[in-house]
Design a protein around this ligand. Structure first.
Ligand code: GLU
Length: 483
């Protein structure tokens, strides 16, 4: 066995303060792919130390989203809320070595200070008042029963440089860093402390995270130094922007992964799509299966510039993946959407045999699974509701009535109700009625489906069956006669 140090160990470390959005899961995916590419370890760690911002159900949604996309983890989920002792020990160590200090400032004082800084247009940050407390003063505060926070003693001058695998050397001026909190008065660590303690204890080798965390990294580097630990390597992933080049948000449509699932996107399509939000194989390949992405993934090919989310591209890609499914698989995946979205009047459970006959008519056309019920609803409902005018777009009322009556009579007697027979008789009818086939078929389509655009007409009629078709043609005739 090779020493674990040389193996890649990465983590996805979401805070359960909301449902995971595309950006979060893109981070998870890059970490997962990087781990799999390197035969490394992918760890799931829930950073639940901000108790005031916990959102109910967020952990379950994170887990569901990862499972749905097939981002399986090798260790975890670890919960930081169950590891508080470890963070306290680290804070104690820093206190003992005077690299951190207890701060007794009240929330009111901190707030007043913040307001004053805003008023004076000064950068925000703690004014370090408790950094110089004498032991006497400290004892007085303790005697008053004030529960302190622990703050890090940031260096007052100098620079903190670090290397980012994507951006190269980055240097922060220490005088821009304040004495940030490590341990809150409720005993919970802040993100900074818990994050680095865990990255260290979990032997994380690479931190791949969204670039909004870049400004936290100098603090982390200073903490590693203070604790005498070796920091992992860092790579800050490019932002994801909406088509308007603003940071991707709810405004650009659904952002949580489970919403995409519920809208009928396939996990394999979303996987492919997310992998290309910031990474590419070359300048042209768009369709890449999970295994290919794992095989070819490299940090070198992560873009330095922001990725742009393009919903049309996702729809297109999802359509490609939908069409590549076997009919059986397509049907299996569409079934829950049909059960969910077909009108309530349609009897449940649906008739599997009937559904299987309909699916080949829509597989080519659907871009999402949620479109399947919309596209096929007319197969299931009893009566159609559509505007009578749709029957009259090309022909007058008398002509349409005649056409419908003649058609009904002929279709009643058609010996075989199948596509070739239907096509033959309808072509003959068009000729007999002296109507262009396009016009006549269009009329039949509206009468039979209630729509002007629908799957191929004769296949539709075959699947619908003789009685329902005749019933619909008669209903059209009556609708029209009644106007
Ligand atoms: N808990 C942070 C988040 O919610 C983790 C950031 C990091 O990966 O360091 O994204």
């Amino acid at each position: 066995m090779v020493a674990s140090k040389t193996m890649v160990r990465v983590r996805f470390a979401p805070s359960p303060t909301g449902y995971p959005h595309l950006g979060n899961i893109r981070t998870a995916l890059f970490n997962w792919v990087f781990a799999r590419h390197n035969n490394g370890t992918f760890i799931l760690r829930i950073e639940d130390t901000d108790v005031t911002r916990l959102v109910e159900g967020a952990v379950e949604t994170i887990v569901d989203s990862l499972r749905w996309l097939g981002l399986d983890w090798d260790e975890g989920p670890y919960f930081q809320s169950q590891r508080l002792e470890l963070y306290r020990e680290a804070a104690d160590q820093l206190l003992k070595r005077e690299l951190a200090y207890r701060c007794y400032c009240s929330p009111q004082r901190l707030e007043a200070m913040r307001q004053e800084q805003i008023r004076r247009k000064q950068p925000p940050g703690y004014d370090r008042r408790c950094r110089q407390l004498t032991s006497r003063q400290r004892a007085d505060y303790e005697a008053e029963g004030i529960v302190p926070v622990v703050r890090f003693k940031s260096p007052l001058e100098g620079q903190t440089p670090f290397h980012d695998l994507l951006r190269g050397e980055i240097v922060f001026e220490n005088n821009t860093l304040d004495d940030f909190v490590l341990l809150k008065s409720d005993g919970y660590p802040t993100y900074h402390l818990a994050n680095i303690v865990d990255d260290h204890l979990m032997e994380i080798t690479h931190v791949l995270r969204a670039d909004e965390w870049l400004s936290s990294t100098p603090r982390h580097v200073l903490l590693y130094q203070a604790l005498g630990w070796q920091p992992p390597q860092f790579a800050h992933l490019p932002m994801i922007l909406g088509p308007d080049r603003a940071k991707l948000s709810k405004r650009h449509g659904a952002t949580s992964i489970t919403e995409y699932r519920d809208m009928g996107y396939l996990p394999e399509a979303l996987f492919n799509f997310l992998a290309l939000l910031g990474w590419s194989l070359d300048d042209k390949t768009e369709l890449l299966a999970r295994e290919e992405i794992v095989k070819h993934f490299s940090l070198e090919r992560i873009s330095r510039t922001a990725a742009v989310f393009n919903r049309e591209k996702l729809d297109w890609m999802n359509g490609v993946y939908l069409r590549s499914l076997s009919m059986e698989e397509f049907t299996r995946r569409a079934m829950p959407f049909l059960e969910r979205d077909l009108p309530a009047e349609v009897k449940r459970p649906l008739d599997g045999g009937y559904v299987r006959r309909i699916m080949p008519l829509v597989q080519e056309r659907a871009r999402t699974l949620a479109e399947v019920p919309q596209l096929t609803q007319f197969f299931f409902v009893d009566g159609l509701s559509y505007d009578t005018e749709m029957l009259l777009t090309k022909l007058g009322q008398a002509e349409v009535l005649t056409a419908l009556r003649v058609t009904i009579a002929r279709l009643k007697e058609l010996p075989n109700w199948d596509v070739p027979s239907l096509e033959a008789i309808c072509r003959a009818l068009a000729e007999e009625l002296e109507l262009k086939t396009g016009v006549f078929f269009g009329l039949l389509r509206v009468a039979v489906t209630g729509r002007t655009a629908a799957p191929p007409l004769f296949q539709t009629m075959e699947v619908l069956g003789r009685e329902p078709c005749l019933k619909r043609l008669k209903a059209a005739e009556q609708k029209l006669a009644a106007t």
